[in-house]
Design a protein. Sequence first.
Length: 87
Amino acid sequence: KRYEPGWTTHDRIADPGFVKLTPDATDLRLTPKSPAVNTGQAIPREWPDPLRDSDAGEPDIGVLPLGVEAWGVGVDGRIAILTGKTR
């Protein structure tokens, strides 16, 4: 009602509720109270989505659904993909 329809009509502006976001450490997984939980857009069932069954409710906004652990990369997965820290 405040703005004419356009690019920002459906924008959401809020603290995303990441696990940790500081200059020293970054963990972009969602917390249970995140406004991004259960507010994503469902994609058609015929489209590939390897994490679809990991999402407990409606789709979450973001790369990983709530509760899914971040995967590691490098030798034996020692570098956490979301934190950049060595395990």
